[in-house]
Design a protein around this ligand. Structure first.
Ligand code: PXG
Length: 290
């Protein structure tokens, strides 16, 4: 496996970063998780735009133009002969002396890992997930805005640890006011009265690329509009359908939450149709690798 690191491709074993990198010492950096399907990178421009926005929000300068980074991602995929892949881009503040001041780090680090994708077991898409709401609240926007895809994922990891204790595959996180925000690595949607509702990003959710894609598909293909509104766990328990969206999970049904059965206890028709449309779109669109 070849890894892109600061201008060169290295073998996996040789791709190394300094122990003085502030990405490691302080979580000072940003990242993206992207997928390629069938020889094409899905929503590459959208993911890169979000990466540059995350970087700008933390005053980190990505050491190349967006068009050049797009080319570099494609070159890394070609070097690994990949057609279906998971792409992980990381930009860190770079190497610097101890002390959290970013001015200690003159040169940011940029790395691109392209790997085979580990798919979720297919039966989860047929049965639906059994989730829990956890006590760990989503970071407040005034402290660290959840729109920034930063290397500080401890908030989400704390929630994930709670989910693990409950043997649940994901955790539903509330914001400090008790409204549903998102999951540790996925956005959440509910179906109520045949319309879709998802929390607004300002309530503490990442502006997910899959989330936006699904809002578009629901409107264009299913003629169902999405409301971005606050809701509580009660609205989840009483929803007709619930599903999650994310680059890794794609669109995945939720059939149980906190021991309450959702709807009929099996994936609903809206969810199933969105899974189908999402699959078509990922197979047939994107930036060609070759
Ligand atoms: N919320 C959070 C907190 C996320 O980290 C999403 C929602 C879904 O966003 P997208 O844009 O993917 O639809 C994410 C995405 C990883 C990995 O390496 C993490 C994500 C995506 C892909 C891979 O663990 N998080």
């Amino acid at each position: 496996m070849k890894i892109y690191l600061n201008g060169k491709l290295y073998d996996k074993k040789e791709a190394k970063i300094s122990v003085f990198d502030h990405g490691l010492l302080y979580g000072d950096g940003v990242f993206e998780g992207i997928r390629a399907y069938n020889g094409k990178v899905f929503k590459l421009k959208e993911h890169l735009r979000r990466l540059y926005h995350s970087a700008r929000a933390i005053t980190l300068t990505i050491p190349m133009e967006i068009a050049q980074l797009e080319k570099t991602v494609l070159e890394t995929l070609r070097a690994n002969h990949l057609r279906d892949a998971y792409i992980r881009l990381v930009v860190t503040r770079g190497e610097g002396d101890l002390g959290l001041d970013p001015r200690k780090c003159p040169t940011p680090s940029l790395l691109i890992i392209t790997d085979k994708i580990a798919l979720y077991p297919q039966d989860l898409y047929k049965k639906g997930l059994d989730l829990v709401t956890v006590a760990t609240k989503r970071n407040i926007s005034e402290a660290l805005n959840p729109c920034i895809k930063s290397l500080n994922y401890l908030n989400n990891i704390m929630a994930k640890i709670e989910a693990n204790r409950a043997h649940a595959p994901e955790a539903i996180m509330l914001n400090k006011d008790g409204y549903v925000a998102e999951c540790t690595g996925d956005n959440i949607f509910i179906v109520m009265n045949h319309s879709l509702i998802t929390p607004p990003c300002w309530a503490g959710a990442l502006d997910g690329i899959t989330r936006s894609t699904v809002i578009g598909l629901a409107s264009e293909k299913l003629k169902i509009e999405t409301k971005e509104e606050l809701f509580t766990p009660y609205n989840i328990y009483t929803a007709e359908e619930v599903f999650l969206t994310g680059t890794a999970a794609e669109v995945i049904p939720v059939t149980k939450v906190d021991d309450r059965t959702i709807g009929a206890g099996k994936p609903g028709t809206v969810t199933n149709r969105l899974i189908e449309e999402f699959k078509k779109l990922t197979q047939n669109s994107g930036t060609p690798i070759y």
